[in-house]
Design a protein around this ligand. Structure first.
Ligand code: SAH
Ligand code: DHB
Ligand code: MG
Length: 224
């Protein structure tokens, strides 16, 4: 019961619940044509992000890790017309593809793509008092997750939701002796979720056409 089965079930789910969408498909095609890695969230995960943003009634969203803007489009579509999304991306080539995809999606006015290392752009957002964001999606370099969580706490309010991708990594996260710095960072990240009194969190393992990984969900609370 592994990859082929997970992919087939994702197809079944997506056929029923995630209808074909020419804007999202064009974003994926343009990203591929530009040579971006196909590491965006799965379609049903994109829809989950969209539904969570709607459940939040989100008017402001922060994303860390844009790539070609695929998850950005799912999230931004949940915003009211006067809502806004800021998405942070290290690679100017990725940001350029994302801007073009967001323009095609009719979302350019609601979305700002900021280029640079997220530790710097996050510090800048805090300086600007850009928060509080109603939802934060963390999906950039895995080593940065512990820092990004700290910034997310500074840029949110009680009631905000923090979601993070890739927190299970084929199950590697349970190995305390892992020599992979991304795994060690994810272990620190999950420990921070556990220890931080301003967060109440859970993690779900996920399987599907992107393999075996996991998503973390943390509600910002006053105190736990
Ligand atoms: N959220 C996207 C996928 C993001 S992939 C989606 O689901 O559609 C991770 C992205 O993080 C890549 O584009 C990578 O260039 C970017 N990234 C890597 N290191 C970063 C850093 N230090 N700061 C900001 N972005 C970074
Ligand atoms: C990979 C997958 C991701 O979802 C991500 O955000 C970064 C990298 C990967 O499979 O390498
Ligand atoms: Mg990811």
């Amino acid at each position: 019961m592994t990859q082929d089965r997970w992919t087939a079930v994702d197809s079944y789910i997506n056929d029923l619940l995630v209808p074909p969408d020419s804007v999202l498909e064009a974003a994926l095609e343009a990203s591929e044509a530009a040579g971006l890695p196909a590491i965006q969230v799965a379609a049903n995960q994109g829809k989950l992000l969209h539904l969570l943003a709607r459940l939040q009634g989100a008017r402001s969203i922060l994303e860390v890790g844009t790539l070609g803007g695929y998850s950005t489009i799912w999230l931004a579509r949940a915003l009211p017309v006067d809502g806004r999304l800021v998405t942070l991306e290290l690679d100017p080539r990725h940001a350029e593809v994302a801007r073009s995809n967001l323009t095609r999606a009719g979302l350019a006015e609601r979305v700002e793509v900021r280029v640079g290392p997220a530790v710097e752009t996050l510090a800048r957002l805090a300086d600007e008092d850009a928060g509080p964001f109603d939802l934060v999606f963390i999906d950039a370099d895995k080593e940065g997750y512990p820092d990004y969580l700290g910034w997310a706490l500074r840029l949110t309010r009680p009631g905000s939701l923090v979601v993070a991708d890739n927190v299970v990594r084929d199950g590697a996260v349970i190995d305390p002796a892992s020599s992979d710095p991304r795994v060690q960072a994810m272990r620190r990240f999950t420990q921070l979720l556990a220890d931080e009194p301003r967060l109440d969190a859970t993690v779900l393992q996920t399987v599907g056409n992107k393999g075996y990984d996991g998503l973390a969900f943390a509600l910002v609370v006053k105190d736990r």
